[in-house]
Design a protein. Structure first.
Length: 162
């Protein structure tokens, strides 16, 4: 009797595992959902932390202002999403990085992060795209880190890393 119960339990676990696996397509990027959400939230928090009157701050004439850094980050999300969608001829032409206000940059960032998430999550897993996604996340983190330094140079508490 105990043996039959163990076999029935194992079979039930097997059926549950098979059913849960069947709902997830092989090769999905669902495992990135949390990382993409955290990247968006953290970046938006950094953009929101800098007061509007400090958006023109730059630590040195040789580097971008906070506003230009923010524009660069958001434009790069747009650029990467176009490349990931297969628009390989899309050119890097960011234009004037000083044209958007704080609120415009934040709204644009939210829009581009949402588009990027859909592009990634609706894509088939492949090594070239995975490498591109890692490059996109690294690029975002690099410039977000620079913006955090700008915050600290202005005695503005930076959002906690997560």
């Amino acid at each position: 009797m105990k043996f039959r119960l163990k076999i029935a339990s194992l079979m039930a676990i097997g059926v549950l595992f098979t059913l849960s696996s069947a709902t997830k397509k092989e090769g999905d990027y669902d495992w990135l959902k949390q990382r993409l959400a955290v990247t968006k939230a953290f970046t938006i928090e950094v953009l929101e932390a800098m007061p509007e009157d400090k958006y023109k701050f730059r630590p040195d004439d040789k580097v971008r202002t906070f506003q230009q850094q923010a524009y660069h980050v958001v434009y790069s999300i747009l650029y990467y999403s176009k490349i990931f969608k297969g628009e390989s001829n899309y050119l890097w032409v960011p234009g004037n990085e000083s044209t958007k206000t704080k609120s415009e940059l934040i709204a644009w960032a939210k829009e581009q992060f949402d588009i990027m998430e859909q592009v990634i999550l609706n894509s088939e897993n492949n090594p070239q795209l995975t490498a591109g996604i890692m490059s996109y996340l690294d690029h975002n983190a690099h410039h977000r880190g620079q913006m955090i330094i700008y915050l600290r140079m202005n005695d503005i508490p930076a959002p906690n890393y997560r």
